[in-house]
Design a protein around this ligand. Structure first.
Ligand code: RIB
Ligand code: CA
Length: 312
């Protein structure tokens, strides 16, 4: 019987799906729900992608519809990074599946209140659903065991959507500020960790391909657009896996190095929009509010990933 309860919020594109599979295939994790938010792709597509991924895993975890736009801004997607459909535009049948009845922020509130102190909340996209749930019921912040966030740029990493902003935080910075002020037990796994420890090089790709399970092949096949983008734009040796390494940290935090610091977020227009403001030395006297992961071993991450992709 799985001993751990996860809630996973996702803007389901090609790296999110791999993180979802890791959670669904972990013997100790019971994913109570996937809640979907617009980000990488528009909401309807993200919902269909999540449903497709759950079906591929032969699972029945419910998928709930959430926010179609950020709190106070128009949506900016990352279809140039993941493909128009978010899954590499390889022709998968990503339409016609039906989400569960219910609204994502309410499902977050109800589930956290039904399991006080037991939930690991993992966020893989813009934080709009989380912020909406917190604005509606601030008391849930003290009832969550852990909140593991794929977002930001660590203590001083580069941005991936502007010089210093990471995509999830750039899409909805107002939502991030609500979360930062909420009292949630926050652990940030930034894009700096992904580019340092989760790049799928040719060698890593061959090892995943050799696992030779349907989910292993799927996890590679849907990265076609991301791979081209990484090689051409972010100058990486292959597609990187930010959401999967954040999920690895959620599953096994023992391997991580982290530092608790005071974090705020820049709200204004580009180029500062969505930039993490890390008061590492306390100049502003702010209370440290986030455990920022500063290192996650690459071999450990890929071993965790392989174990779960190999499970049939
Ligand atoms: O910056 C990387 C993050 O933005 C990942 O979660 C990716 O899926 C996109 O949502
Ligand atoms: Ca994501």
């Amino acid at each position: 019987m799985p001993s751990r309860k996860f809630l996973v919020d996702t803007d389901t594109a090609s790296d999110d799906a791999v993180a979802m599979i890791m959670a669904l295939r972990d013997p100790e994790v019971d994913v109570l729900a996937f809640t979907v938010v617009a980000g990488n792709v528009p909401l309807d597509q993200a919902v269909q992608n999540a449903l497709y991924t759950v079906e591929l895993c032969g699972d029945d975890t419910p998928v709930y519809v959430g926010a179609a736009t950020p709190l106070l801004r128009d949506l900016g997607t990352a279809q140039d990074v993941h493909g128009d459909d978010g899954f590499g535009d390889i022709g998968l049948d990503l339409q016609g599946r039906t989400p569960a009845d219910g609204w994502a922020p309410q499902v977050l509130v109800d589930t956290i209140r039904a399991h006080p102190g037991e939930i690991t909340l993992v966020t893989l996209g813009p934080m709009t659903n989380i912020a909406t749930a917190l604005l509606w019921d601030p008391g849930i912040a003290s009832l969550v065991d852990r909140c593991v966030v794929m977002g930001g740029t660590g203590l001083n990493g580069p941005g991936n959507v502007s010089p210093n902003a990471e995509f999830n935080f750039w899409v909805d910075p107002e939502a991030v500020r609500v979360v930062l002020r909420s009292g949630l037990p926050l652990e940030f796994v930034g894009w700096d960790i992904s580019i340092a420890s989760a790049v799928v090089t040719d060698e890593r790709r061959a090892a995943i391909r050799a696992i030779d399970t349907p989910v292993a092949h799927f996890s590679l096949d849907i990265q076609s657009v991301l791979a081209d983008y990484a090689l051409a734009e972010t100058k990486l040796e292959g597609p990187d896996f930010p959401d999967p390494i954040a999920m690895a940290h959620a599953i096994d935090p023992s391997a991580a190095t982290a530092e608790k610091v005071a974090v705020d977020i820049a709200i204004g227009p580009d180029p500062m929009r969505g930039t993490m403001i890390v008061d590492q030395f306390g100049f502003q006297g702010s209370t440290p509010n986030v455990d920022v992961v500063t290192h996650y071993p690459s071999d450990h991450f890929f071993a965790l990933l392989h174990e779960r992709l190999a499970t049939r």
